[in-house]
Design a protein. Structure first.
Length: 505
């Protein structure tokens, strides 16, 4: 049977099929040098300038294991409740791909450094929070590949490109792969569980300080495996959506693949085991390469590297360096700040937790810190599709704003204009206030002059106020605020106005 399959609405797909997930997350470690050589790992730089004979795989070059990378991997494994191998080794994974300078990748095969762990995640549901335990199959070390750029085409992909360029700067950067065991039983919550897991993993890696986990730069990326089966039947054939690089896209990739596979199975078709490419603009994926047969990578032990056998006392020393788990930290902060689960979740969803904590530590009141980061700044970040930290506003900026607002030198509306200036790159708080002339007009004479001008424009309003309709004062206050470009203190303008007219509240 041949058919052109569309999608099935998610609710219908979940009613008919059970999803099984598998997530393979790649984390680039934040070491100063690469996995097996001394080349720098910094992001960017001219193409093919951060390379040497070792990471280019030139004949006669010999790799040496990066001790910091091993240490970071052990700490990651411990934080993920894994067992740490007493002895393991590297292997060569052989396959041809143009961004692999050696035509093999140094990885770990059947002997990972960390294995049999788990990570608990919480998902919000209409019935309240629900916890899922995602079991970890393995955490193993390998080296990253280079980067291909397909030029001359309209899509940036190899199909339709005139030629391709390869940059080996990324080749050899320490890369950790964290592979889950099959995630079953999530049902309609499968997309949220996938996102919650990658979010928690990102927060954990950030807390450990082993990676900057910037998904937009590729230092954290996820391969999403999805299969469907009818209730009671064996698991179905899985697809693998490669290199998904945002938390939102992880969730959307799971949802869209469930809808796609459900349509194929509904129409009597067969799901093909293949890799797929996720498209941010459409929220859908397209086929990559077929994986109908298990690929033979011809693994064999890497002859140029000695086995890794971490002493138990070293492992325990590393265990003692583990930070407070993100979940425990969130519970502590929520209690310290005395806010509801909903308010706290708003902070988390906005990506503002760290910034709010740092702002409070700088001396800003908890409520004020939350107001700025989850209000105007969160909306701006969302509109621009970036994280809050990328706006260029810092906790020190918020502290200075609050000082000026508290002193009466700025109003909240003026403070928002200051933030606009900081985001636009116009300088710090005081520089933007000075360059934009945003200080509050507090001089009584200047305010009375503006009040008199507004009363002259609206003489009937003065009569209404004197006649007892004090609420009419809003029209004059509004006119003064407009005349002063919002730089007057509205409460002070109102008080001066009523005094001018000989009216009391």
């Amino acid at each position: 049977m041949t058919a052109t399959h569309d999608t099935v609405p998610f609710a219908e797909a979940i009613a008919a099929f059970d999803p099984v997930l598998g997530l393979e997350t790649h984390v680039e470690l934040g070491t100063a040098s690469k996995m097996f050589c001394g080349c720098p790992t910094m992001f960017g730089g001219a193409a093919n300038t951060h390379v040497c004979p070792v990471c280019l795989g030139l004949p006669g070059s010999l790799p040496v294991v990066n001790r910091t990378a091993v240490e970071s991997t052990i700490r990651m494994g411990l934080a993920l409740n894994c067992r740490i191998a007493e002895w393991c080794r590297f292997a060569r994974k052989n396959y041809f791909y143009p961004d692999m300078p050696k035509d093999y990748q140094v990885s770990q095969y059947d002997e990972p450094l960390c294995f049999d762990g788990y990570l608990d995640v919480t998902v919000e549901t209409p019935d309240g929070p629900r916890e899922f335990r995602v079991e970890i199959e393995r955490v193993h070390m390998e080296e990253d590949t280079g980067k291909l750029t397909h030029a001359g085409g309209a899509t940036g992909r190899i199909h339709g490109a005139d030629y391709s360029l390869v940059d080996y700067n990324r080749a050899g950067i320490p890369l950790i792969e964290i592979v889950t065991k099959p995630i079953v039983g999530a049902g309609a919550l499968a997309p949220q569980v996938a996102r919650a897991y990658v979010t928690e993993l990102r927060d954990l890696m950030r807390a450990l300080g082993v990676s900057d986990v910037r998904m937009e730069e590729g230092s954290l990326r996820c391969d999403v495996n999805v299969s469907l089966s009818r209730p009671g039947e064996p698991w179905g054939t899985r697809s693998e959506t490669k290199n998904v690089n945002s938390l939102r896209s992880v969730e959307r990739a799971v949802l869209s693949e469930i809808e796609r596979q459900a349509a194929v199975l509904r129409d009597g078709g067969r799901v093909i085991q293949e890799t797929r490419h996720f498209h941010e603009d459409t929220g859908r994926s397209t086929p990559g390469r077929s994986k109908e047969q298990a690929e033979d990578y011809r693994y064999f032990p890497e002859p140029d590297l000695v086995p890794v056998a971490p002493p138990r006392d070293w492992v325990e020393q590393l265990r003692a360096t583990l930070p407070e788990p993100p979940a425990a930290r969130r519970a502590r902060l929520r209690a310290e700040w005395g806010i509801s689960d909903h308010e706290f979740q708003t902070l988390v969803n906005a990506g503002a937790l760290d910034l709010v904590e740092q702002t409070i530590a700088a001396g800003v009141d908890s409520a004020a810190a939350r107001k700025w980061w989850t209000g105007e700044l969160a909306r701006t970040a969302n509109d621009r599709g970036v994280e809050l930290a990328a706006l260029g506003v810092t906790p020190q900026h918020i502290k200075r704003l609050e000082e000026l607002v508290g002193a009466g030198s700025l109003s909240d509306s003026l403070a928002r204009q200051v933030l606009e200036g900081i985001i636009a790159g116009e300088g710090d708080v005081d520089e933007v206030v000075a360059s934009r002339g945003l200080a509050v007009v507090s001089d009584d004479a200047a305010l009375l002059e503006a009040i008199d001008a507004a009363l002259a424009e609206q003489p009937d309003v003065a009569d209404k106020i004197r006649g007892g309709k004090v609420q009419a004062a809003g029209a004059i206050v509004g006119a003064v605020m407009k005349a002063t470009r919002g730089q007057a203190d509205a409460a002070k303008v109102r008080a001066l106005l009523l005094e001018r007219l000989g009216v009391s509240e």
